[in-house]
Design a protein around this ligand. Structure first.
Ligand code: COS
Length: 379
């Protein structure tokens, strides 16, 4: 077993890390404060090819493997988890149903649009269906060569900025998960609208809206897989993307850790740097353990994906532990900063607010435990 990254993966990490240091960290507090979606920085990510890092090489993308995609997500979230959410939602989560279930023709269309600069969003959650993903109410009704979509999607990352959506709808709610279908939908289709962005606790530079479908006509050729495949496509998508979310959470933990280490070396109390006190050293050591274990878990989950090994449980382990690590490390980072950590003068409080979402989105911590326990008892 060799835990070293390949030369290419190290190169990708360095590129994303330098980008975070130079283009994100100097500006992210301002984006957070003013709830700004940083279009210029998103464009720079597009120019670097990072906004299409999930597009396979045969469809014109950079063909970066799952582990490489996770590394990019970690490094961008070390800078700003809001921007990291925009990136992951657009290049990974939004197109993952296409990756999982689309025909060659469909992939050409969707990935082709992404390579031309389209942003994407994954539309599963609804006001009445969060953890119970099989309980969605958005309807799809076949009408000749079209399906007509009606319903409202909730908490959609990139909802208001995406050009393309992957959308889940049901033929008949009474059919339960067996009635679910997945579609590729063009944002310019008549009948689509979005709400104003949510005013969130954290990841405030990301755009989170409702997406509302009113008699939206979607060509039948945009159905992914067959009628009724939607739930399994959603689950397979989440299996892939949860490793990425584990990586994103690791980035938040790592960013908070680095801030705390630096501050502990600078801050003097009792005539010496607080880093010389064992009370602080123990906190820092625990943070190091959490960052490293969160990283190992997402790397194993992604490496299983790249090697064709089973990864559902590993992805949930990575997502669960990443969220726990991000929350604990960022809480302790505020503690190391003391009173200053409680102010907006330092990044610690932003990491702390950003961390919380990782215990919630793409399946709460409790949903991950259901998936993990399900796997434990099945095998
Ligand atoms: N891959 C492929 N198939 C899967 C699967 C997976 N990871 N998980 C479940 N399935 C299949 C099951 O095998 C079952 O198929 P069969 O009836 O043919 O055997 C079917 O899907 C239904 O599975 P299950 O009964 O386990 O579904 P539940 O409704 O109980 O849901 C949970 C399971 C709770 C795990 C699921 O709904 C979930 O992940 N919810 C969270 C959703 C979420 O993450 N939301 C965030 C939105 S995205 S930001």
């Amino acid at each position: 077993m060799d835990f070293r990254l390949s030369e290419e993966q190290e190169m990708i990490r360095k590129m994303a890390r330098d980008f975070a240091d130079n283009e994100i960290l100097p500006y992210c507090q301002e984006w957070d404060e003013h709830h700004t979606f940083p279009w210029d920085t998103v464009k720079k990510l597009q120019e670097l090819g990072l906004m299409t890092c999930g597009v396979p090489a045969e469809y014109g993308g950079p063909g970066i493997d799952h582990l490489g995609q996770c590394i990019i997500s970690e490094e961008i979230c070390r800078g700003d988890a809001g921007l990291g959410t925009t990136l992951a939602a657009s290049t990974l989560l939004g197109p993952d149903p296409v990756y999982v279930a689309a025909s060659d023709e469909q992939k050409k269309w969707f990935y082709g649009r992404m390579m031309e600069g389209a942003l994407t969003a994954f539309c599963l959650t609804e006001p009445g269906a969060g953890s119970d993903a099989g309980g969605i109410s958005t309807r799809c009704v076949k009408d000749g060569d079209y399906y007509i979509l009606n319903g409202t999607k909730q908490f959609i990352s990139n909802g208001g900025v995406a050009n393309l959506y992957t959308v889940f709808a049901t033929l008949d709610k009474k059919m339960g998960y067996k009635g679910m279908c997945a579609f590729m939908v063009d944002r310019d289709s008549p009948g689509i609208s979005t709400s104003p962005p949510e005013n969130k606790l954290g990841i405030r530079s990301s755009n989170t809206t409702q997406v509302i479908f009113e008699d939206v006509r979607v060509p039948a050729q945009n159905l992914l897989g067959k009628e009724g495949d939607g739930f399994k496509i959603a689950m397979k998508t989440l299996d892939i993307s949860r490793a990425v979310v584990g990586a994103m959470a690791t980035g938040v933990a790592q960013g908070a850790f680095e801030c705390a280490v630096k501050y502990a070396q600078e801050r003097q109390q009792f005539g010496k740097p607080i880093a010389s006190f064992q009370g602080i050293q123990f906190i820092i050591a625990e943070m190091a353990v959490l960052c490293e274990t969160a990283r190992l878990l997402y790397q194993k989950a992604a490496s299983n994906q790249d090697s064709g090994l089973p990864y559902t449980k590993m992805a949930s382990l990575a997502k669960y532990w990443g969220g726990e690590a991000a929350m604990k490390v960022s809480t302790d980072a505020v503690q190391v900063y003391g009173g200053y950590g409680y102010t907006k003068d330092y990044l610690a409080e932003k990491y702390f607010r950003d961390a919380k979402i990782f215990q919630i989105f793409e399946g709460t911590a409790q949903i991950q435990k259901i998936v993990i326990a399900g796997d434990v008892f099945r095998n």
